[in-house]
Design a protein around this ligand. Structure first.
Ligand code: PLP
Length: 409
């Protein structure tokens, strides 16, 4: 008799964004005339740039001619793209081999699939709050105990609090962790780890034979040149870390889909030689994945040209101007906030005594602005609220105006 994977039943609640959508639908039904301003999901809104469109078009045209047509490609990705990524990292002073790059259809699938190559009894540590995929993928694969609604945590997982007091970057885990998820610039807090902070984790990982799973999906939003954009800027990281990234937020590929995971040859875990972890990810991808779309990979190659990089940089600047507008707006009404300087998220402290979800309902009903309750990212997010800088300028400005005029604090 077939049964279901019972771990799904452990999941605490519906995924955060469906719940936001449900509440929003309910509100809109009761208030059909109200114009909503969506600053909730971190979804890009601006058009793909001309260089990317030319790259994608080239990809389509290649398929129209038998002389250039290609079917299945390499599961690891087009070698030209892996080479381009290697050169791009090199331009930032980081040496990685093209073979260290595995092209995929995004950072979300990679960040949820990566745990599968490690031992089922691995102890998982996550920042709290965190992008929910790290926790949920480990719950589904059986690497956690049950959810405790009292604590808002899953048994067996290590939650590393990210608070105002530690500038939203955690102290080392208080128990031995095997897989440590770090995200910088951080979703949802907008905090960016320093070299010093990351070095402490790299040293810990090497001492404890742990692996850091570093999510750099927002690294292009760092404008401060003193802050690290990759874990591989940290000495020793190649031996204990892998990195996940994507073109979603850099070049507007949220719907196009293109990401990559870097598994350096040097990465080792208990009982492995250099190259073996990388081979395992290769085996995983070859078994479960048939490579990223050949059209999309042509589009991605265009991002790493001089023109493509310039245009993508302009896209990032556009969203960061949105972030500045949001920051100024929430500051002017007296709300305390963090982030939004080297990251496209503004992390607002909810007014005294108002929970994250209550603030969601209050903001929606008073201003028509949709944000994301901090508690949806883990118990440490309670009392906070995330506003996303991804949106058309007019919508961001309208949201800020409405907050200034209508929010009752
Ligand atoms: N990692 C983080 C931290 C994110 O916030 C997101 C999306 O919001 C992703 C990964 C997903 O990226 P992708 O679109 O490449 O799957």
């Amino acid at each position: 008799m077939a049964g279901i994977n019972q771990n799904y039943n452990k999941l605490a609640a519906g995924y955060l964004f469906p719940e936001i959508a449900r509440r929003t639908r309910g509100f809109q039904k009761k208030n059909p005339a109200k114009v909503l301003k969506k600053l909730g999901i971190g979804n890009t809104t601006e058009a793909l740039t001309p260089a990317v469109i030319a790259g994608l078009t080239k990809g389509v045209n290649k398929l129209a001619d038998p002389a250039t047509y290609s079917g299945y490609g390499d599961e690891q990705g087009n070698m030209k793209l892996r080479q381009a990524l290697s050169e791009y990292y090199e331009s930032k002073g980081i040496t990685l081999l093209p073979n260290d790059f595995f092209i995929s259809d995004g950072a979300k699938p990679d960040s949820s699939n990566i745990q599968s190559i490690f031992s089922p009894d691995s102890v998982i540590a996550v920042q709290d709050p965190a992008y929910p995929v790290y926790v949920d993928s480990n719950v589904i694969s059986g690497k956690s105990g049950n959810y405790s609604s009292k604590k808002g945590e899953y048994e067996g997982l290590i939650y590393m609090p990210c608070t105002e007091e530690n500038n939203f970057f955690p102290a080392l885990p208080d128990k031995k962790a095997d897989l440590i998820y770090l995200c910088s610039p951080n979703n949802p807090t907008g905090a960016v780890a320093t070299h010093k902070q990351l070095k402490i984790f790299v040293d810990y990982a090497r001492e404890n034979k742990s692996v850091i799973i570093f999510d750099a999906a927002y690294c292009e939003y760092i404008s401060d040149p003193t802050l690290p954009r990759s874990i591989f800027e940290i000495e020793g990281a190649k031996k204990c870390a892998l990195e996940i990234n994507s073109l979603s937020k850099f070049a507007g590929f949220t719907g196009v889909r293109l990401g990559w995971t870097v598994v350096p040859e040097e990465l080792i875990v208990e009982g492995t030689n250099p190259g073996e972890v990388r081979n395992l990810w290769n085996r995983r991808q070859c078994t479960f994945f048939n490579g990223a779309s050949n059209i999309v990979q042509e589009g991605a190659l265009a991002v790493f040209t001089e023109e493509g990089l310039k245009e993508s940089g302009n896209l990032v600047n556009y969203y960061m101007e949105n972030a500045r507008i949001i920051r100024k707006g929430v500051e002017s009404v007296g709300l305390t906030y963090y982030g939004g300087v080297n990251a496209p998220y503004v992390w607002i402290k909810t007014p005294e005594g108002i929970s994250s979800w209550d603030f969601f309902d209050k903001l929606l009903s008073e201003t028509g602005v949709i944000g994301t309750p901090g508690s949806g990212f883990g118990p440490g997010g309670e009392g906070y609220f995330r506003l996303s800088a991804f949106g058309h300028r007019e919508e961001i400005e309208a949201a800020v105006e409405s907050i200034k005029e209508n929010l009752k604090i």
